[in-house]
Structures are given as structure tokens and as C-alpha cells.
Design a protein around this ligand. Structure first.
Ligand SMILES: NC(=O)c1ccc[n+]([C@@H]2O[C@H](COP(=O)([O-])OP(=O)(O)OC[C@H]3O[C@@H](n4cnc5c(N)ncnc54)[C@H](O)[C@@H]3O)[C@@H](O)[C@H]2O)c1
Length: 317
């Protein structure tokens, strides 16, 4: 994700890039590829920059986020905001107390189909939303030293991947009252996983979320929202009139939208420019730390349900 973000920052003429990775070879490669400077520690990086962008494995978000907040540096932090609810609240509370902006990377809000789907539902295109369905997934992600497959670090498919849909659904349909989830590997806590989650919202609407790291056919997203006056549907497999696959995408589990996009329509560009614009103008960041906490709370409730086979009420604290 450091590379994904760097590609976007490189489109911004007023952004200078500095980088740190504990792997020296990755640091050198990154600095060469993106014409970036580098620091040999996270502490040095935090004190040497204006804004911190955290693309570390999920279980390492907390420490760096707290250090950056303590230094008064605005923080962009990849989703999930943290690995546990206590950690996520610690980030949110520290940010609130210090008055430091923190924006979690719930990037699906910036994918054009999902952004338009949200707008349509909010503008009444389907009437009163009653039922929704989402589908997201592909092959299992690799990551440095395979940390994604250790669910104690990544949270598995429900926390790492389904969190995108949980956030989009909460943004679009409101808070989740209760949910039930089943998964192939939540008990095992390791390896690829496939999960189905059924959610009931405060509004009475229901949703079904399918999340997979076990689809060899490649990455695909889909959603459908039905209401008393209509239905909207999207499926990334049906959409692309023109499809571009680049070598670098084929070797990663890139989440780039499959519909053709201009350089400045890229969802990651849109989210990072929105973040920086909020900081420059002193306005609230468009996706708050609280949004990150709530999305994680739904994801962790789904993980608990998948393990206990019980209905779970997400914690809203
Ligand atoms: N928004 C999205 O579409 C999206 C997609 C993939 C991943 N993510 C999230 O982004 C984050 C990073 O995921 P990734 O796919 O880039 O993982 P990755 O494993 O590819 O990259 C993590 C990097 O952190 C470095 N690192 C690990 N421990 C470190 C330490 N202690 N100090 C310094 N560097 C260290 C590793 O060497 C590696 O280069 C995760 O939270 C993940 O959930 C978001």
C-alpha cells in the first residue's frame, strides 16, 4: 500500500515523499522508484515530516499512530484503523484529545460505483432501503512475511477485507443492530478464508456480505440495494468495457477498480487529496477516526460470531 499511496502522491506537485521500512532493500527500492527520501527509523520519519501515512501491517498501526499524534502530525492510516477495538479507541481518543486529524483509509467510499451507489440510495433512488447484498474478494493477499494469513495480525478476511463493505453499508444504511457470520477458517485463525455475514440495521434493513480470500478467478466486487421503489446493482465483472491488466497488478491483489479511470479519478488519489485538502483548510477529515472504529467494531463482531456461532451485537462505545 505504500507503493499505491506513493503513486498518488507523485501526481501532487506540492508533496515531497519520505519513507521508512524496516526492510532496507524495500526502502531503497521505494526511494528509487518514487524519487523519495528515506529515514532509518519510524521516530526519525515522524519528526521529519508534516503528515504521516501509515501503511504498516494492521497490528502495528497503533504504536506509530500514537507517536504521530503525540507529535501533532496529521495521520492517514490504512484500514483497519487498528487490530483491536481497544487499540482503535486509543487512536481515536488520542486524536480527539490532541486535536490531530486522523483519517482511516476506508477507500471504498471513493470507488466511483460505490460512491454513486451511496449517493443514489441517500437521494431516494430505491425508496426506503430494505435489503442489500455485497460481494468482495479474490485470491489471498501475500504481504511481507505472509502476515495476512496470521489472523491474530490481520483479523482474517472478516476484519481485513469485509471491513470495506461493513463501512460502506454503515455509511449508506446506518448503524448495525446485530449480525450473524459463518466462515471457513475463523476457528483456525490462519490461512485463506471465506465468510458470509448477515446484518440487521437499526432501520430494519438487512444485508448479506460475502467475503473471500479463496477465489482463484481474481478480484471482484459487487453490490445490490433494494428498496420499496427500486433496485440498484453493480458487478465489477459486468462493467468493464475496456479492461487493463498491468504486470504490477497481476502480481499483487490490487483493489483498483476495473472500470477505466483517468489518473485523477483513481479512488486512492481521491481519498488522499480529500485528506490533504481537509488538513490544508482546517476542515474535518471526510472519514473520521470514529468511522474507522465503528467499521472495525462491526468486523470484530462478525469475527466473534463466526467463532461462537452466535448472533452478536456490535459494540458502539
Ligand atoms: N485500502 C486497501 O485497499 C488496502 C489494500 C491492502 C492492504 N491494506 C492495508 O494496508 C496495510 C498494509 O498492507 P500491505 O498490503 O501494504 O502490507 P505489506 O506486507 O505489503 O507491506 C507492509 C510493509 O511494512 C513493512 N514493515 C513491517 N513491519 C515493520 C516495522 N516494524 N517497521 C517498519 N516497517 C515494517 C514491511 O517490510 C512491508 O514493506 C494493512 O493494514 C492492510 O490491511 C489496505
Amino acid at each position: 500500500m505504500g507503493n499505491v499511496h506513493a503513486k498518488q502522491y507523485r501526481k501532487m506537485s506540492d508533496v515531497e515523499l519520505m519513507f521508512h521500512d524496516r526492510d532496507g532493500q524495500r526502502t531503497t527500492q521505494f526511494a528509487d522508484r518514487w524519487d523519495a527520501g528515506s529515514f532509518d527509523s519510524i521516530d526519525a520519519l515522524i519528526s521529519g515530516v508534516d503528515v504521516v501515512d501509515i501503511c504498516l501491517p494492521t497490528d502495528l498501526h497503533l504504536d506509530t499512530a500514537l507517536k504521530a499524534i503525540a507529535s501533532g502530525k496529521p495521520v492517514f492510516i490504512e484500514k483497519p484503523i487498528a487490530r483491536s477495538l481497544d487499540e482503535a479507541r486509543a487512536v481515536r481518543d488520542a486524536a480527539d484529545k490532541a486535536g490531530v486529524p486522523v483519517m482511516p483509509g476506508q477507500v471504498v467510499r471513493y470507488f466511483p460505483e460505490f460512491a454513486n451507489g451511496h449517493r443514489l440510495v441517500k437521494n431516494g433512488a430505491v425508496g426506503i432501503p430494505a435489503a442489500a447484498r455485497t460481494r468482495r474478494g479474490g485470491k489471498a493477499p501475500g504481504g511481507a512475511q505472509g502476515w495476512f494469513m496470521d489472523h491474530t495480525r490481520s483479523g482474517g478476511v472478516l476484519v481485513d477485507l469485509a471491513i470495506h463493505d461493513f463501512d460502506w453499508l454503515r455509511w449508506t444504511l446506518g448503524d448495525v443492530k446485530l449480525l450473524y457470520s459463518r466462515s471457513v477458517a475463523a476457528d483456525k485463525g490462519t490461512g485463506p478464508d471465506y465468510a458470509l455475514t448477515t446484518l440487521t440495521f437499526d432501520s430494519g434493513a438487512v444485508a448479506h456480505v460475502e467475503s473471500t480470500w479463496m477465489d482463484p478467478a481474481g478480484f471482484r466486487t459487487a453490490f445490490e440495494v433494494a428498496g420499496n421503489e427500486g433496485l440498484i446493482q453493480y458487478d465489477s465483472r459486468n462493467n468493464a468495457a475496456l479492461r487493463t491488466v498491468r504486470v504490477e497488478d497481476a502480481t499483487t491483489t490490487s483493489t483498483a477498480a476495473e472500470t477505466p479511470q483517468g489518473d485523477l479519478d483513481d479512488p486512492y488519489y481521491l481519498e488522499l487529496t480529500a485528506f490533504l485538502q481537509a488538513i490544508r483548510t482546517g476542515k474535518p477529515v471526510p472519514v473520521s477516526a470514529e468511522d474507522g472504529v465503528r467499521a472495525l467494531s462491526i468486523a470484530l463482531a462478525a469475527l466473534e460470531s463466526a467463532k461462537t456461532r452466535q448472533v452478536v451485537v456490535p459494540d458502539r462505545g
